[in-house]
Write a protein that binds this ligand. Structure first.
Ligand code: HEM
Length: 481
């Protein structure tokens, strides 16, 4: 144990010393400013990692980041295991990272950190290999099948059927995860999974692997500390199941089979958990906001008076439904925190100087984390009620002027720039379709008696790669319960 601790300390010292020394030299030479710095109470910033793990364990990791940005400024510097890193929730900086200076940034150590599950799929790649995978994924997602609501029909009928057999209040969250898994698999394998239900062992392994990977992501360069048997076992189960599906369905192999499997796993993570997060948080918020729930139900009754086919155009024309979805994505962006690593010396347009409006220097190799969760709760962007669920805000004149570019870069549930989510349209249609079907099937849906209600953001949260409620989403499906 002692030798391991000594190796870690020595690595921290060398790593931290060199990266900080180079940065300071350039900042002095060019007269750049530094952003505010989060104070550390322990050597190497070990207190920061301890606090992040404590907050994650207790269910408030995103609120911790929000608190940091509120107290110290929208761009800040922190020492993380001996290395200087940056955090930002500044729209202009996000625009620079994700779009204007896109080529100055990469996914950093993602391939190493997330490799056990994601392999060389789209989420871990930068440069030409990413470009190639993006084109392939775009073609797959543009297929006619992915753009028609029929793809959701069989999975949602199975889901509603399983719910109709339940008695009393239920936690609908795991069922929604199974629903979006079912939909995404049907989409990826171009056929319905009815005859071959997804084994629970696979779902559990898929969840566990993502959770462990999220821990590795938090440790950044020290990800290798978390590399246990559980991770290897979970990834093996996931890989074997996907291989089996590829084999069983006779998927045409016109590329390296490992790359194909990696890519399927990447799309599965992209499509399954994010959309489940959106649908679950929508129900979580609606049962806690009965006025908004009634208003939505009225719109849906008028728009879909009978069982006529629900289609994409009709879903888009339900304006309140669209505003509800936008508001849920604002308060609970499924990917609440993300990061990029500078591949060359670059700058962020704002965050330094006395009024925090001056550019800051970012040296090659620096990691910048950005929290969409905290960005979406900025009162200067969304108003004094930024932390309140109020779908009506989307029908009002925006508090933030679009002329400054804040409009686009201040709302980023799907990321922006060349790496913007490729499944955005599909996800918005899928979520709207599922919400309409659930609310129509269970018009009496409500919060169960005795269920905890607290201010938005104060509920327990569970953050792996995607954000979920830490206590699930318990609902009563029928009025009489
Ligand atoms: C509400 C649902 C969804 C949300 C909020 C969401 C959000 C995001 C975000 C934030 C990213 C950027 C990740 C990064 O760069 O680090 C992303 C990328 C991506 N998403 Fe989605 N996503 C959703 C659903 C989907 C669906 C259903 C699919 C398709 C199955 C999909 C496919 C992708 C792909 C392929 C990328 C990678 C794009 C690239 O790196 O070029 N997403 N998504």
């Amino acid at each position: 144990m002692l030798p391991a601790i000594l190796i870690i300390l020595a690595t921290l010292l060398t790593f931290g010393f060199w990266s900080n020394r180079n940065q300071t030299k350039i900042i002095r030479q060019h007269g750049f400013y530094r952003p505010p710095r989060l104070p550390n109470s322990c050597l190497f910033g070990i207190d920061r990692i301890a606090l992040i793990f404590q907050a994650a364990g207790e269910g408030w990791p995103m609120e911790l980041f929000l608190r940091h940005f509120t107290l110290w400024g929208s761009t800040l510097q922190h020492r993380f295991l001996g290395v200087e890193a940056l955090g930002t929730i500044e729209p202009q900086n996000l625009q620079a990272i994700l779009s204007t200076n896109f080529t100055h940034w990469s996914m950093g150590s993602r391939e190493k950190v997330m490799g056990p599950l994601f392999g060389r799929g789209i989420f871990t790649q930068s440069g030409p290999s990413w470009k190639h995978l993006r084109e392939a994924s775009r073609a797959q997602l543009a297929s006619r099948r992915c753009n028609e609501c029929q793809i959701f029909e069989a999975p949602i009928e199975r889901f509603l059927d399983s719910l109709s057999r339940t008695k009393g209040p239920i936690d609908i969250h795991p069922k929604i995860l199974n629903l979006t898994l079912d939909i995404t698999l049907s989409m990826l394998f171009e056929e319905d999974t009815t005859n071959d239900p997804v084994p629970q062992e696979f779902s559990d392994a898929f969840n566990d692997a993502q959770f462990i990977l999220a821990k590795r992501l938090r440790l950044q360069e020290f990800y290798w500390i978390v590399n246990g048997r559980n991770l290897r076992r979970s990834c093996k189960i996931v890989r074997e199941y996907i291989d089996k599906l590829v084999y069983q369905r006779g998927t045409k192999l016109d590329c390296d089979p490992i790359l194909l499997r990696d890519q399927i796993i990447n799309l599965l993570v992209a499509g399954r958990d994010t959309t489940a997060s959106l649908i679950t948080w929508t129900l979580f918020l609606l049962v806690r906001h009965p006025v908004e729930l009634k208003k939505l139900q009225k719109e849906l009754q008028e728009s879909f008076p009978d069982d006529s086919r629900i289609n994409r155009a009709k879903l888009r024309s339900c304006l309140y439904l669209q505003d509800v979805i936008k508001e849920v994505l604002r308060l609970y962006p499924p990917v609440p925190v993300n990061s990029r690593t500078a591949v060359r010396d670059t700058i962020l347009p704002v965050g330094g100087g006395p009024d925090l409006s001056q550019p800051i220097f970012v040296s090659e190799g620096t990691n910048v984390a950005y929290s969409i969760y905290a960005l979406h709760r900025r009162p200067d962007l969304y108003g004094m009620d930024a932390e309140i669920f109020r779908p009506e805000r989307w029908a009002e004149a925006p508090i933030v002027s679009n002329e400054t570019g804040y409009g686009e870069w201040g709302y980023l549930p799907f990321n922006g720039g060349p790496r913007k989510c490729l499944g955005m349209d599909l996800a918005l249609t899928e979520a709207a379709y599922c919400i309409v079907k659930i609310l129509r099937a269970f018009p009496g849906i409500k919060l169960p008696v005795g269920e905890r209600v607290c201010v938005v953001g104060n509920e327990k949260q569970s953050v792996g790669l995607v954000i979920f409620s830490g206590d699930g989403c318990r609902v009563s499906l029928n009025d009489e319960e």
